[in-house]
Ligand binder design. Sequence first.
Ligand code: MN
Length: 483
Amino acid sequence: MTYLIEGQAGEWEVVIGLEVHAQIVSRAKLFSGAATAFGAAPNSQVSLVDAALPGMLPVINEVCIEQAVRTGLGLSAQINLHSVFERKNYFYPDLPQGYQISQYLNPIVGEGVLTLEMPEGQRKIGIERLHMEQDAGKSIHDQDPQRTFIDLNRCGVALMEIVSKPDLRSPEEAGAFMRKLRSLLRYLGTCDGNMEEGSLRCDANVSVRPKGSDELRTRAEIKNINSMRFVMQAIEYEAERQVGLYDNGRDVDQETRLYDPDRGETRSMRSKEEAHDYRYFPDPDLLPVDLTQEYVDEIRASLPELPDAKRRRFVMDYNLADADAMILTAERETAEFFEEVADGRDAKLASNWVIHELFAILKKDGKDISASPVTAAAVGKLVGLLSEGTISNRIAKDVFEEMVATGGDPEAIVAEKDLTQITDNSEIEAAVDQVIRENSDQAQQFKEGNHKVAGWFVGQVMKATQGKANPQIVNELLRKKLG
Ligand code: MN
């Protein structure tokens, strides 16, 4: 579905490129041994290197290099065996070095691709590059009316900056890109993807052009967007703002803007600086990073099965609908949970129970699957009881509720409450006969051609058997006896 904006003289399309900052999963920082845990007391995780005291020298953290290569491989990207750290020079109070160590001309990862599943089909979004860099500290303006405080805990934390090509064409595609990238990073274990804690942030470059044109017009960059919803809202607002400017005969300024979620609008922050303003140059304190092909191949061999491959396998091996396979593979934990439930059992039934029943209670309690009140082994047993016909679907829902409330074992709950489905024809027949006998009016209506009343009879028999009668047998017997 093409996303177009109605202007005065015709339709406009939007051109979007994303720059994503992803915090690398690593206990130590990029160039120091200081810890990186979230939520620590201010300035408690700052080494002398992070504070940029004179004479302190950076030492590269090998784990971060491995994580960047792993991520590059997950993006099917070119891994550059030779890459260089450079200094990006600017002043900010929470940047004690006076420069950020980043990569510029020679990033560690080159071009790659991320595939999106959109309602209208697959979209392959180009990745321009991935480079490593340091995060800055944090200025805190809201704790004192007079003063600004500075917390250097984040200073020097390792980031991957992942830059897409300007291939995205709608707010929905930008949102899908962020979700897919987050899923991939979490599978790879290279970033925890926690946007509330700032582990994943996104800058969006947005421009518009008349529909059908292939020009690239001046773009505005919206900085530091920290939720999936805001990414889409900010782009939508910004694209419409730009069309409004062109409609009024004005131009779009190249600038950096901020998204204000409370007002739902972007605001100018500063005019955009150019790369040459930063006076990049290779950091004389650091050697270039030179990797061997064997090192890269070893990391490639250690990659887990990634979401796209897992989704295809779920469709093939378990015969699931693609949409269901997509839901089940979005998170590695969900996929693993499902596979344990489905192990040796009816996979479609297992998929339904995970997607519908389990997700419903997780959503209700605002829980992650890792905090699920029921184990995969227990849900698997329940699915087994159901597909063997030991319990009916209605009873299964009651048992599941009990499992959620008490953490009990489904087999024990069924035995203890005597919930086993009645499949004995004579026992069901007795219940059917009694219901028909006690409701002769309705039985007469059925004979006179009102077949809707059959459903009511099924309900009565189920009620008489506390929901334990096999519904199929009930149906057959009723048809025989009423007809
Ligand atoms: Mn950056």
